[in-house]
Ligand binder design. Structure first.
Ligand code: NAD
Ligand code: ZN
Length: 245
């Protein structure tokens, strides 16, 4: 944990160019569904059929979407520096970072390819298959939900995220990509932390404090990532002889 030099923290914008829209975009997979119906833990049991229909549709369609150049650049950086030095954290529930070659990705909001039993907590992989209503393979209860953190639901991975963030120091670079900061207040979480910060979004966000960032790229992730990759190589080349710029 102490070796980590680089942390990528991404949100929906990272996968936007692969064709998976952000919640706020006006078309695409979310358009026929109300986010409050399909992503609200307080009401999920009364919307259970719609929820399974929606996430089944998303899960079955996932293979149609391909990792884009930004996912691939993150995987490239992780390979170059080594997975012990590069931590990939995402709010995304898709598997595009893994399919680009990233390892050990921390999905703070869960993964669409998994189901979770709310009775015993068991989670299991169902790949790209629709959930067919079967009970939990472990306790045989039927309170089964996609393994995705809904609004108002406890997010156990936030504790893991905080553990990693607490190990950041001035030699760490944190790259924030494709997130408005409104769901996870990443700036607030990093308030006390003395790392170098790089931001890539399409536009200014009320929940992101520009003052914290040394470099800001308001452009598509696929065009910003190669520039960020270059900054990282330049910053760390001095520390590691095997990396040449
Ligand atoms: P958000 O919708 O609040 O913000 C998206 C951000 O991405 C914006 O700041 C926007 O400027 C930026 N953006 C859009 N297109 C971009 C591009 N091509 N390149 C770079 N930046 C781009 O997203 P959020 O902060 O991630 O919060 C939404 C929640 O919904 C999160 O939990 C998220 O994971 C989830 N979600 C996930 C997916 C997915 O898994 N692919 C898709 C939609 C929403
Ligand atoms: Zn169970």
């Amino acid at each position: 944990m102490n070796n980590i030099k680089i942390i990528f923290f991404s949100g929906a914008g990272l996968s936007a160019e692969s064709g998976i829209p952000t919640f706020r975009s006006e078309n695409g997979v979310w358009e026929n569904y109300d986010i409050d119906t399909v992503c609200n833990f307080r009401t999920w049991e009364s919307n259970v059929e719609t929820i399974h229909r929606f996430y089944n549709q998303m899960r079955c369609r996932l293979p149609e979407f391909e990792p884009n150049e930004a996912h691939k650049a993150i995987a490239r950086v992780q390979k170059q520096f080594g997975k012990n030095q590069v931590l990939v954290i995402t709010q995304n529930v898709d598997d595009l970072l893994e399919r680009a070659g990233c390892e050990g990705v921390l999905h703070v909001h869960g993964e669409i390819t998994k189901m979770r039993c709310l009775d015993c907590g068991y989670t299991w992989d169902i790949g790209y298959q629709p959930y067919d209503g079967t009970s939990c393979p472990k306790c045989h209860e039927k309170k089964v939900k996609p393994d995705i953190i809904f609004f108002y639901e406890k997010a156990p991975m936030y504790d893991v995220l905080m553990k990693y963030l607490n190990h950041i120091n001035k030699n760490t670079t944190v790259i924030v990509i494709g997130t408005s900061g409104s769901v996870v207040p990443i700036d607030y979480m990093l308030e006390e932390i003395d790392a170098k910060m790089i931001l890539n979004n399409m536009e200014v966000s009320a929940d992101i404090d520009e003052q914290k960032y040394e470099h800001i790229f308001y452009e598509k992730a696929t065009s910003a990532l190669p520039k960020i990759e270059f900054i990282l190589l330049r910053r760390y080349a001095y520390y590691d002889d095997s990396i040449c710029v």
